[in-house]
Design a protein around this ligand. Sequence first.
Ligand code: C5J
Length: 230
Amino acid sequence: MSPCPRPLPGARMIAGRPFPFRLEPGRAALVIIDMQRDFIEPGGFGASLGNDVSHLAAAVGPTRALLDAWRTRAWPVVHTRESHTPDLSDCPPAKRHRGCPKLRIGDPGPMGRLLVRGEPGCEIVPALAPQPGEVVIDKPGKGAFFATPLADELKRLGATQLVFAGVTTEVCVQTTMREANDRGYDGLLVEEATASYFPAFKAATIEMIVAQGGIVGWCAPLAAVLEGIA
Ligand code: C5J
């Protein structure tokens, strides 16, 4: 029986689930979701919701390893930030007023106004700071395609496959992966390069993605991705 999927000349086979992922060099963008201080560090938006932010730190190093691999090869890199304009005109009241957090989006905290563009907390953590030439998408929603130029940017870059890292696994990462899937992209989530405030939710999300023959996409360990593209 022939392997599924069949290797193509020039493609790199990544040992993923539920099947090997056939990565096409230069056409696979690394999409790093919301690795912002507001989610990862104490005092930010994630902490204001009552989360234990220490769970997210583990994803920074593996994401950096992916970023280095993509940068070395000059493959496309996209960073996203969940963020709002200072007047909050792009933040629906339903989002701002949900629940009973200590601080709401736009309120001043130790790292500036929560999830507001230009504030220190809204920035991507220093280890993953975008470099010139890399795309940065400010997104008002959980999904990175909603109300953003992401699709146009991917077209400009010639990207047809998306390799995902970032936080949080079951919220913005999974939402974006599902949006991408519906738009015809092949998506691969790198397991150590994503994290959740709830480790059980991360594990469940990975299972949801790969179930039913990869109904949302693929998942693979970092080592398999680095080995596959080496
Ligand atoms: C959340 C995100 N969890 N980036 N945002 O509100 O996942």
